[in-house]
Every structure is written in C-alpha cells, then in structure tokens.
Ligand binder design. Structure first.
Ligand code: ADP
Length: 566
C-alpha cells in the first residue's frame, strides 16, 4: 500500500480518528509550515484548513466549531429518527394479531426493536458524516486530477466503474450474509430470553450452549466476507497507483506531463484512494444498516388481519350475552392443513354457565380464543346477541364484554393495584378494592406490609399460584364483564388454594354468561350445560345427570377419573 503517513490535501498528518476531527498542528512535519508556496491543488485545501490571523497566530479553528456542530446535529437527528422508528415499530407490533405472535418469537421481535434500529441509526449517521466527507473529497480530487492530466483521469474513469460494479456485486452477497447473521442473533436472543425467563426450569449450563453455538456461524461468515471485500478493494486501489505511475511515466517520457504534475496527480489519487477505502468500509456498514432497516420496515408495513379497533358495539343496557357458534371450522394459521374445530355449533344462553370438557388437545381453549377474536374462524360465524362478532369492535369486545381468566395468570412486574387496574384503566381505588373483595383477594393483599402497593416481581413471582390467580380474577371482574371465560382456572392449584379460588369464581360467575373450560369434572357439575368436545366436534351435550344417564363419552370420562383417583 502507498505510505499512509504521506500528507493529503484534505487530511493533514495531524488528523486523528475516523470522523476527521483533527486539530491542525503547526509541528515540524506540518506540510503547511514546510511548504510556503502552493505546489499542488492539494496544498490549497490544506492551507485553507488552517486559517491564520494577519499577526501569524492561529485563530480558533472554525473546523472545531463545525465538527462540534455537525456531530451534535447528526446525533440529534439520528436519535430522533431511531426514537420515532422504535415507537412506530412498537405500536405496529402491538397492533398485530395473535397469529403473528404464534409465528414470530418475541426475542426476535425485541431484537428488531433494539439491535436492528441501532444498526440502522449508526449506518444512517455514518453514511451522512463519512459518506458526505469522503464523497466530496473524491469529487474534488477528481476535478484536480482532471486539471492535472485529462488522459490519466480518463483512464482512471474507465477502470473505476468496473471496480465499483464488482464491489456492488460483492455487496449484494454480503447483504444476504448480514441478513442471515442477524436472523441467527435474533434466534439466539429468543432462546436466551426464554432461558432467562424460565431460569427455574433451566438449570446449569444447558441453556447457554444453543445460544452461543447458534449465532456464531453466520456472523463469522459475514466477517470473512467483509474481510475479503476490503482486501480486494485495497488490492484494486494499489493497482491503480501502480498503473498511474506506469502510464504517467510514459506520458512524462513523451513530454505530455511534468514530473511535478505526476507527483501532484499521485498525491491527489492517494486521497481518492483513501476516500474510497473509507467509502468501502462505509459500504460494509451501510449494507448492514440497510438490511436491518429492511427488516424493520417489513414489520412497520405489516397489517394485522384483525384490526385492534373498528366496528360496531352493542349498548350495555341492551346487551344480553347470548353467544352462538354456527358451524365453525378452524385451523391455526401456523398449521393451515390441520382442522382443530370441524363444524362446531354451540349456543351459550345469557347468564348461564356452559362447560366444555374433553380430552386435552380437543380444541377447548381454541373455542375461547375464537370467542375473543384472537383468530378468525376458517368457516362459519360466531354471534353475540345475533351480531356477527367480526362486525363488532374487537377492543370493545375484549375490553368491556369478555373477561378472561386463564390457568396461567399473567401479572406484570408492578404493584398489585396496577395489576388489577389493568382490567379497567380508569377504575377508581374503591372499584379495585371491591373487585379484589369479590375475588377473595382483599384479605391476603392487606396482610402484606405494603398492601395494594406491593410490587409483585417480574410475572408475579413473589405471589403464590393461588394468590396470583385471585389477583387475575379481580382484574377480570373489575370491568364487570357480561361474559366470562374461565380456562381451567383452578387446574394448577393445590387443594387448599383451589378451594379459596373456587369460592371466588363461584361468586364471580353469577349473573354472567360463562364459558367454563375444564379438565377436572368435579368443578363443572353445577354447570347449566356440559359439552363434550372430541376431535373438534360436539360429541355430547346435556346436564351432568343427563350425560351420566346416557352412558356415553362423559360417563366414561367420569368413570376413568374416579378410577384414577381411587
Ligand atoms: P385443549 O384446550 O382442548 O387442550 P387446544 O384448543 O389448546 O386444546 O388445542 C387444540 C389443538 O390446536 C391442539 O392440537 C394444539 O396443538 C393446537 N394448537 C393450539 N394452539 C395453537 C397455536 N397457537 N398454533 C397452532 N396450533 C395450536
């Protein structure tokens, strides 16, 4: 490579750092000091970079101020762009339907929010700061080169497009490497997220291995690719210097070029070389940034199949809560060929409790998910008081009509008060206390030193299973929903906790249309209607007595459960 210490027109020897923030020195080696008369166009550039006062003192360098100004401005703009992208992406993710989250791991999505946006921001800033500097430097030097020797410059202009074309081609390959590397990192982040989130289950070093092994391959391949790219571009640029000396020598021999001009040409072409080397480094970064940006924009423009808002609602005074599933067939979008429900029909009369039982995997929870409109039926309709729920506002349906209590209550790492209030964001403290009393939770909450202000830890780890469940019940009851879905709400509890939670539930269900999903048959005896769901269809329906008398599937389930217990 040409000696890197050689001074260049726009980058005096004192320069440090990649951003070109140099303090123009007046040391012994400074070309401005050593060279009193301009010998090349490059000298002007250097000279104008260090203005002196008439007395000969160096004035406060205006580049210092300008550098400060442009870095501050760029940082501000970069942060603003990244901030608004992060916000827009987060909102776009929140809008997506549940099927989207079935298909995408949360670790991967968090990676989009953090690493990808960071990458995009860095390359955006770099492209502007370095790109602008190296670009104008290259352009300016080309003008100088042309003034010195149009012939040599013409030759350069023939060679360069070929090199740039090759570079662009390699860039395309690098982009695909980068995309793969980022995907691997995102996948590994997902595993790490899962492992850290379930640290009690994952013991020892079992969790760390897949993370480490998973993300190394793609990144090192990308590293090799970038190294090869930069090696090749160095080779090409050095070839240009040698070529210049060779052709320049011939021109000198033919008296077409003076030795001084050839030197100036070489110096200016070195600057071009350095600027282009900078641009090639920059391109590597921009390649990463663009693929990160592409992944972010892909999510930003994604439209959910069920919008969060929009559609009609039924005034609360005329809402009865009659739900009908009419010949519903359904398969999950992530498993399109597999029908979970087939021609499923069921009516939930207002203020009655309908229990769904059946073997695990029979589709019970799917019925609840369809009612909440987390998914759309593949065929058939679901109606609420005769209105197709696909014409109703999903946020009204989920926020005010349906209360959902699942077997795994989800609590957030904040106070109990906030956790309950999540059910109805505008609720007063008194409403929260009333809901907690109804859910049998008020007593244990008040027994904590900080009462309702107790912080429950991430995902509620500081509460017992039964306590968490009662907080979740209070949250569901706070919105006083006309329809309640209980998805195996007591199945994960010990006998003592189950009793307290069951009491709370018995109190909660009165006056509401209830869809009860249960494994243990003992909890559903009192239901107004029991439906046995097998292979996606209603196999039997009736009251407990009816079904036992009929001696079919339900009777068999009861018999098996009693046998198991004994
Ligand atoms: P149950 O509540 O009766 O145990 P589910 O409704 O949870 O049954 O599941 C019914 C079937 O649907 C099962 O075969 C299950 O593997 C499948 N399933 C459940 N959730 C999903 C999902 N999010 N994506 C794909 N398949 C699913």
């Amino acid at each position: 490579a040409p000696p890197s210490t050689c001074w260049s027109p726009a980058r005096p020897r004192g320069q440090t750092g990649p951003t070109g923030t140099h303090a123009p020195g007046k040391g012994p080696g400074d070309p401005c000091e050593d060279t009193p008369t301009p010998v090349s166009p490059g000298w002007h550039a250097c000279h104008t970079g260090t203005p002196t006062t008439p007395q000969g003192h160096t004035s406060p360098p205006p580049q210092g101020l300008l550098t400060f100004g442009y870095i501050a401005l760029l940082a501000r703009v970069g942060e603003q762009v990244a901030g608004s992208m992060r916000k827009a992406l987060f909102l776009s993710l929140l809008r997506q339907d549940v099927a989207f989250f079935d298909a995408n791991r949360t670790g991967q999505l968090v990676n989009r929010l953090t690493a990808d946006i960071q990458e995009f921001k860095s390359s955006f800033k770099l492209a502007i700061s370095q790109g602008l500097r190296s670009g104008t430097q290259t352009l300016g030097c080309f003008v100088s080169l042309y003034l010195l020797s149009p012939k040599l410059t013409g030759l350069l202009l023939v060679v360069l497009p070929v090199l740039v074309g090759t570079g662009a081609l390699i860039g395309t390959v690098l982009r695909s490497f980068s995309r793969r590397a980022q995907e691997q990192v995102a996948k590994a982040t997902g595993v790490a997220d899962e492992v850290l989130g379930n640290v009690r289950t994952v013991r020892g070093d079992r969790g760390s291995r897949p993370v480490e092994g998973g993300c190394r391959g793609g990144a090192s391949q990308l590293g090799l690719g970038i190294a090869a790219f930069q090696g090749l571009s160095n080779l090409a640029l050095n070839g240009i210097v040698l070529g210049t000396i060779f052709v320049g020598g011939s021109l000198m021999a033919g008296d077409e070029l003076s030795p001084g001009d050839l030197m100036s040409f070489l110096v200016a072409s070195q600057t071009v070389q350095r600027s282009m080397a900078n641009i090639s480094i920059l391109l590597g970064q921009v390649v990463r940034g663009l693929s990160a940006g592409a992944r972010v924009f892909e999510l930003l423009t994604l439209e959910p199949s069920v919008a969060l808002r929009g559609g009609g609602s039924i005034p609360s005074h005329s809402l009865l809560g009659r739900i009908c599933f009419n010949h519903v067939s359904f398969s999950y979008p992530t498993r399109p060929g597999y029908l979970v429900l087939r021609d499923f029909s069921l009516t939930l009369p207002p203020c009655k409790t309908v229990a769904i039982v059946g073997p695990s995997g029979g589709g019970k929870s799917t019925v609840a998910a369809l009612l909440e409109r987390f998914y759309e039926p593949t065929q058939g309709t679901i109606t609420l008081d005769g209105h197709d729920i696909s014409s109703l506002d999903p946020s009204w349906l989920r926020g005010q009509v349906i209360g959902f209590i699942s077997q795994e209550p989800v609590l957030f790492g904040t106070t109990i008060m906030e956790n309950i209030r999540f059910g109805k964001p505008g609720a007063s403290d008194a409403e929260v206390y009333a809901a907690a009393q109804l859910a049998n939770a008020d007593g244990f909450i008040r027994s904590f030193p900080e009462g309702y202000d107790t912080v429950v830890g991430e995902r509620g780890v500081t509460l017992s299973g039964g306590q968490k469940q009662r907080v979740a019940i209070a949250r569901a009851l706070l919105k006083d929903p006309p329809i309640l879905i209980l998805d195996e709400a007591t199945s994960a509890l010990d006998a003592q906790s189950e009793k307290v939670v069951q009491e709370a539930l018995d109190r909660a269900v009165t006056g509401r249309t209830v869809l009860l999903i249960a494994h243990r048959l003992s909890t559903i005896r009192g239901a107004d209607l029991i439906v046995v769901l097998a292979r996606g269809r209603v196999a039997e329906a009736g009251t407990h007595e009816d079904l036992v008398r009929r001696g079919g599937l339900y009777a068999e389930l009861i018999r098996r459960q009693t046998k198991d217990r004994s």
